[in-house]
Design a protein around this ligand. Sequence first.
Ligand code: ADP
Length: 191
Amino acid sequence: MTNVILFGPPGSGKGTQAKKLATNYHLLHISTGDLFRAEIGSKTDLGLEAMSYISKGLLVPDAITIGMLRKKVEENHDVNGVIFDGFPRNVLQAEALDELLAERDQRIAALIALEVDDQEIINRILDRAKTSGRVDDADEEIIRNRIQVYKGETAPVFDFYSEDGRSYKVHGVGSIDEIYNRLRNLVDTLI
Ligand code: ADP
């Protein structure tokens, strides 16, 4: 069982890299952003509620997010491990994740943070907006809000896992394959 958190600011390439890593290492990829977008697409109550936060660049409340994540993990007990993408996004979520895994005698092997500077992030997200159709990608103010939320609420999750040496940093600028190879070199040492 190898459970990894792929971490980093919005637009740092977590989704792209998580998909490639999940395929290569036969891990389940769980993206809370993708789960929310699926709920929004199906116009469920959860999706409608989540949209009211996502469209402003705010975090969806923990009770909703943790409940949705727990359900996804419980539906998939027969896996080699999980790549968590976009979760945990604050310390309370990290504590909930550790508890959920501990119930299964599991733990997070590593948190891997993709490092990308603010201007690169804004450029990437505005570029992605041309094709993603995401309302939270289209407006620079909302993007800046997401970056602020990351710095204030999410960044402490890095320190949470670095206390016992489980947090790692990877340079997140370069080609998709260059970054992927940096990640693989690290994940190979964990598996
Ligand atoms: P990005 O990494 O580019 O911000 P995501 O798809 O991971 O994109 O997330 C999109 C939005 O979904 C976030 O800005 C937030 O509003 C919501 N979201 C995703 N994951 C979480 C989470 N763990 N807790 C709260 N809100 C979340």
